[in-house]
Structures are given as C-alpha cells and as structure tokens.
Ligand binder design. Structure first.
Ligand code: NAD
Length: 339
C-alpha cells in the first residue's frame, strides 16, 4: 500500500483500442472506489545495441508495484522489433499464462456451459524467436523446450488445481509428431504427477482437443489444461470463440515476483478510435488482478456489474456482442450497476 492507503498498480494503456478500453477501466474503478492508484507507464520500445528493450522507467515501475494491468500492444510484422509482449514476458519471467473462459450468462451462444481453464507456457516453444534462413528459400524456426520451463509451468498447473480443489490436469500436446520436444513436456508432467497423487493427470493430442472442445465444451469443465506456448495461443482463441469472442476473455501472465494481467485480444486496428471496442476482456483481466491482490469484494462488484450490463440487452452491448452500444455507453451502464 502507498501513503494514500491504496495499492499502486502499473498501467500500460496499449495501442489501437488500448486507450479506449483503458479509459473504461479507469472510469469504472474510480466509480467503484477501488483502492488502486494507477501508475501509467510508457513501454514504447527502444533499440539498444540492436535489441528491443523496454524503457527502464517502465521496468522499475512494474518491479516496484509487482502487479500491472496491460492493454494490447501492436507488433509490427517483419520490422526487426521483437514483440513487446514477448519482451515483457521475458523481462519479468512471466512463465505461466492463465486463460479462463466461461460462458457469459445473458449472452447466448450455441453453447451455454463453457468453463475452461487453460495454462499456456509463456516463455519458449515456438515463440523462442530463433529463426534463420539456411539458404534462400529454406528457413528454420526452432521450437525450444526445456525441462526447466516445462517443469515450472506444469507445477504451476498442479498447484493451481490443488489450490482450487480441482482434481484433473490435462496436458495438451503433439508428441506423436514432435516426439522429442513435446515428449519432454509430457515426461516432465508424468514425473511431477508423483508429487501430486490427489490429482488425476491425463494427456490429449491438440487436434483431438480442438475437435472435442467444439463438439462438447463441457468435457473440459473442472480440468486445468496446460500446454506448450503455440497450442495455448490457438486453443484459447478457440475457447474464446465458443463464448462470444475475443472481447470477453481475460488472462494473467504469472511469474514468481511479478504478474501482468491483460486481455487475450490484440490492438484491433480495424476498429480502433471508433468507440466500438468491448472493454470486457480488459475489465475481467483486472478482476483476475483484484482477486490476485485479495481485493475480492471489489472484484465481485465489478464482475457482477459487467455481466449485468451484458445481460441487460443489445442496446447496452458493443457490436462484437451483436449490440449497438459504444465503449463509453457500455462503461456508463456498468457504473450504474455498481454497488
Ligand atoms: P486482434 O485481437 O487485435 O483482433 C482480432 C479481431 O477481433 C478483430 O476483428 C478485432 O476487431 C476483434 N477484437 C479484438 N478485441 C476486441 C475488443 N475488445 N472488442 C471488439 N472487437 C475486438 O488481433 P490482430 O488483428 O491479429 O492483431 C492486431 C495487433 O495486436 C497485432 O499487431 C498483434 O501483434 C497484436 N496483438 C497483441 C496482443 C497482446 O498485446 N497481448 C495479442 C494479440 C495480438
């Protein structure tokens, strides 16, 4: 807590729709009297010796506050900049990306009972950024899997299950083809299973998980799924699609010291600046953050106001949820429903 008796949290507003959805969060937090002071940090990358780095002031803020909320950051394709998202995850060693996805009562989709919890390895795999041209027309991209990174994310999954009274951990993989890399991931999961005898470990091929999840998402209730980086990226978007899209799904990037909470979606350049963005995903990320900080009453208050607003009808929902509301109208409606 700071000298105002509040918690200071770093806020990265983000690119594209980032400013619009961050404003909604700030307005709602102000109205809900959440005991948080935002420390807005600039993460515009600087190139130091040819390497993309985050400004020192941003690193210091996040290290000091331990908790950050982050809007989406755009990654220019093929411009030599490493993704800022990757840089942040590496800088703060945010090894586990927790992505819950739950049907929103009041917004009807073909499924009503989605409740998945996916943990994505966040530091290596296909995202190691080790790519090169062998000869013109032939490129190599290295999928790096280490025992160390696999162990810490899989252990996180077991501990997550234990702490929430969940009995099952499911490893999603493709070790039938990537025998050595995904094979190591599986091997570590099986070794760790011995330390968690009360948890039931199962494994499933990623293609099979995609098939079964769209046929019957209820199969994945009460299961903690854990998987290498790319599979987690793709499967979490699939899960998101089942409940109404990227405007709804939150996430937490968890490390030993620092955690950064952010929406699963990107900067949505196609709708940026038009007042069309749905701030729900960032808001629900902030709700995960509040629970992480032990501010459970504030979390519940905001969460219920968000869901209440979505359920109140299309005039109060944004366009991605077949509604007509602007970002600011949606935020005002949430504020009206706060306790
Ligand atoms: P995107 O997630 O930005 O957009 C995909 C689609 O979903 C678009 O049609 C967009 O309008 C819609 N959408 C996303 N969020 C929405 C919201 N809150 N409300 C309403 N509609 C929403 O994916 P993209 O277009 O592939 O990526 C754009 C940029 O974002 C790229 O530079 C990419 O690298 C970056 N990105 C960043 C993150 C992150 O910061 N964690 C994640 C993914 C992509």
């Amino acid at each position: 807590k700071n000298s105002n008796g509040k918690y200071t949290v770093s806020l990265i507003e983000g690119d594209g729709i980032g400013t619009e959805i961050s404003k909604a969060v700030k307005d709602i937090y102000h109205a809900a009297k959440v005991p948080i002071d935002w420390e807005v940090v600039d993460v515009t990358p600087t190139l130091v010796n040819g390497k993309t780095t985050i400004p020192d002031s941003a690193i210091e803020s996040i290290n000091r506050n331990k908790v950050a909320l982050k809007g989406p950051l755009a990654t220019p394709i093929g411009k030599g900049h490493v993704s800022m998202n990757l840089t942040l995850r590496r800088t703060f060693n945010l090894f586990a990306n927790v992505r819950p996805c739950k049907s929103v009562v009041g917004y009807k989709t073909p499924y009503e009972n989605v409740d998945t919890l996916l943990i994505r390895e966040n530091t290596e795999g296909e995202y190691s950024g080790i790519e090169h041209t062998v000869v013109p027309g032939v490129v190599q991209s290295i999928k790096l899997i280490t025992r160390e990174a696999s162990e810490r994310v899989i252990r996180y999954a077991y501990e997550y299950a234990l702490s929430r009274g969940m009995k099952k951990v499911l490893v999603v993989h493709k070790a039938s083809i990537m025998k050595v890399s995904d094979g190591l991931f599986l091997e570590v999961a099986r070794e760790l299973a011995k330390e968690y005898p009360s948890i039931d470990l199962s494994v499933e091929l990623i293609d099979n998980t995609c098939l079964r999840m769209v046929q019957d998402p209820a199969l994945y209730r009460d299961v903690v799924m854990v998987m290498p980086n790319l599979y987690g990226d793709i499967l979490s978007d699939l899960a998101s699609g089942l409940i109404g899209g990227l405007g709804l799904t939150p996430s937490g990037n968890m490390g030993d010291e620092v955690s950064i909470f952010e929406a699963v979606h990107g900067s949505a350049p196609d709708i940026a600046g038009k007042g069309l963005a749905n701030p729900t995903a960032l808001l629900l990320s902030s709700v995960m953050m509040l629970r992480h900080m032990g501010l459970n009453d504030n979390a519940t208050n905001i969460e219920q106001a968000v869901f209440g607003t979505i359920a109140s009808g299309p005039e109060n929902r944004t366009k991605d949820l077949k509604g007509t509301a602007t970002t600011s109208h949606f935020a005002e409606q949430i504020i009206k429903r706060l306790k």
